[in-house]
Design a protein around this ligand. Structure first.
Ligand SMILES: *Cc1c(COP(=O)(O)O)cnc(C)c1O
Length: 369
């Protein structure tokens, strides 16, 4: 039994993927498995999502995409966040689709394609209003022209036109509607100039489930695949959280009243009690400010983290819980056993579930169910 463990329910990921496919109706689903599948394990998650009906996979960078290809996964696969000098040739040879938002990217991609004698599969990205990556609308016509010329030279195939939404909490709000319109006009311009994309795509998790106008040909859910949801209030109830984060007590000891706990003595026992030492710390993705705030689940009860979270460990005040070294402590999970959920932790800590699960570090063993 590992000291600390993230147990991943692959059947939950598969079921969430199937639910997202049903919500996407005629659009295909790209399972977003960047950042080691939001901490869940990229290869295992990708396979479960494909079994659930996803047809595409998405990652941030080329290295993440190549990890999936090395595992023998052949599904269409897009990566969208690369820098000058990236491993373009390896990516093109592995049939990894590349995003381009700038002329320098088109130039580097077609040079690599010419060197290996294989056209690159490219998705052109426009900034429809998020103000993050993507060509600004003013630069879009020039990007489209460069792509068309490269296509005519046989060096590149424009597979997709795409963008990303900003107001992810509510894809039906005015800002998102405006982004959909801007994206539609970018698609129209590109198609009028002669681009024939296989897929046009814009939607993240919330837009997949709440805004069919944003679906186009392909949707790109990430967080919902893991059964989590950016909004606290309105999680679609059929999504099932896939990760349970747990650890085993490393020590249990009796202490008197007035005993200070952990760095900075921010917690003092108020009666004779027992303390449990949990071998998970901020290096493992337990936020440092969870001390004295977030609860853990042990022996059917919630106990608050006592004092500051350290790099490798934190302490809980067991009170009258009769626990032994090796007993399981659950930080968060789907909630079925009565344990806290990642959504509850996120709300208490002023963050989002994405940050919690992606932060679970490499020392934490992943166990698949
Ligand atoms: C992370 C990401 C997604 C998935 O977003 P969620 O809100 O997790 O569904 C989709 N598209 C792009 C470009 C992303 O970076």
């Amino acid at each position: 039994m590992p000291a600390a463990c993230a147990t991943i329910d692959l059947s939950a990921i598969q079921a969430n993927a199937a639910l997202l496919c049903a919500a996407a109706r005629t659009a295909d689903v790209m399972a977003v498995v960047k950042a080691d599948a939001y901490g869940h394990g990229a290869v295992e998650t990708a396979r479960a999502a494909l079994q659930g009906g996803a047809r595409w996979l998405g990652t941030a960078n080329i290295e993440e995409a190549l990890q999936l290809r090395r595992a023998g996964i052949l599904a269409p696969l897009l990566c969208w966040l690369n820098t000058p000098g990236a491993q373009w040739k390896t990516a093109i040879a592995a049939r990894v689709d590349l995003s381009a938002a700038d002329l320098w990217a088109i130039d580097e991609i077609i040079e690599a394609a010419a060197q290996i004698g294989l056209p690159a599969r490219v998705h052109l990205k426009v900034d429809s209003g998020l103000g993050r990556g993507g060509a600004p609308m003013s630069a879009w016509p020039v990007l489209v022209e460069a792509a068309l010329k490269a296509e005519a030279d046989g060096l590149l195939e424009v597979v997709g036109l795409w963008s990303h939404l900003g107001a992810s909490d509510d894809p039906r709000d005015a800002r998102s509607c405006r982004q959909i319109e801007v994206f539609q006009s970018a698609v129209y311009q590109a198609e009028r100039a002669g681009i024939c994309p296989e897929v046009r795509h814009l939607a993240n998790s919330t837009a997949t489930l709440l805004s069919s106008k944003a679906h186009f040909d392909l949707v790109r859910p990430g967080i919902a695949l893991y059964g989590l949801w950016p909004q606290v209030a309105a999680r679609p109830t059929r999504l099932r959280p896939a990760m349970t984060l747990s650890a085993r007590l490393a020590q249990v000891k009796e202490v008197p009243a007035g005993h200070c706990v952990s760095y900075g003595s921010t917690y003092t026992t108020t009666r004779p009690t027992r303390l449990g030492i949990v071998p998970l710390g901020y290096a493992d993705g337990v936020p440092r400010h969870a001390g004295n705030i977030a609860p853990v689940y042990i022996a059917g009860q919630w106990r608050p983290i006592a004092g500051r979270v350290c790099m490798d460990q934190f302490v809980i005040d067991l009170g009258d819980i009769d626990a032994d070294p090796g007993d399981e402590v659950v930080l968060y999970g789907p909630g079925d056993r009565g344990e806290p959920t990642a959504a509850h932790w996120a709300r208490l800590l002023g963050t989002i579930t994405n940050e919690l699960v992606t932060g679970v570090g490499p020392r934490v063993a992943r166990r698949y169910r």
